[in-house]
Design a protein around this ligand. Structure first.
Ligand SMILES: *Cc1c(COP(=O)(O)O)cnc(C)c1O
Length: 236
């Protein structure tokens, strides 16, 4: 994983420049991938992943006009984002990290999109808090396409029944599927698999692709790419 990220940064020459420069360069690469792979221009949303970077690092990206961000930790988001949002109320925050059920309330309050819904107990807590708070974040289901025991996400075999239950029992509209391919495998087969699972379930969104592989994900139909280190540099 670390090596793949480093290789991408080297290839794009991104690590030396500012986050705002890297943002522009990443946007250009997304545009080029959309063109090369005959995807509709502008059909890929760039989620800038700001986990483990402080507010001061995020401000230049906001000031460059970018609005869509991803965070992995509820606590960190609660510490960083309320102040940032005072000046940029239209920022759109995506939860992309594992979510404990006991953090459901904070997650509903803080996030516009939750991408890591992967189990019934979490769905129940989210539904309860959405009802109480009168706020409904958009939802993606995370799929553990590599069936890795340490990773979140519903197993592929259980996905269809899970989505059916989310729709029937909770009235959730599922906007997309999300995956994180195993670090030691080529990602493209996982991206193609996720697309197949989405099509089979009538789900339109595909959140896949990170710094090292977002172009491959765009080729395979990503609607959302999640890019951190290519914009902010390596995380500590
Ligand atoms: C950290 C993270 C990213 C961003 O990874 P980079 O390699 O830094 O682009 C994307 N998605 C998820 C789920 C992450 O946890």
């Amino acid at each position: 994983m670390v090596n793949r990220v480093a290789a991408t940064i080297g290839r794009n020459g991104m690590s030396m420049s500012s986050a705002a420069d890297n943002l522009r360069q990443t946007q250009a690469l997304i545009h080029r991938a959309e063109t090369d792979w005959d995807r509709p221009i502008g059909s890929t949303a760039l989620i800038v992943v700001s986990k483990m970077f402080p507010a001061e690092a995020i401000v230049p990206v906001l000031e460059a006009g970018h609005r869509i961000f991803g965070e992995n930790y509820v606590q960190e988001t609660r510490e960083k984002w309320p102040a940032l949002r005072e000046r940029h109320a239209d920022a759109e925050l995506h939860m992309i990290g594992p979510l404990q059920s006991n953090k459901a309330r904070d997650a509903v309050m803080l996030f516009d999109v939750i991408q890591t819904l992967d189990r019934e107990s979490l769905a129940r807590e989210l539904a309860k808090e959405m009802e109480k708070l009168g706020k409904r974040p958009r939802l993606f289901v995370q799929v553990n396409t590599g069936e890795e025991p340490q990773k979140g996400g519903v197993l592929p075999d259980a996905l269809d029944a899970f989505i059916a239950r989310l729709r029937q029992d909770y009235g959730f509209a599922i906007e997309g599927l999300m995956c994180i391919p195993p670090a030691d495998q080529p990602p493209s087969p996982h991206f193609a698999f996720l697309r197949k699972l989405a099509q089979r379930n009538g789900v339109g969104g595909l959140s896949m692709g990170m710094s090292a592989d977002f172009e491959a994900a765009i080729r395979l139909g990503a609607t959302h790419v999640r890019v951190g280190s290519a914009i902010f540099g390596a995380r500590a």
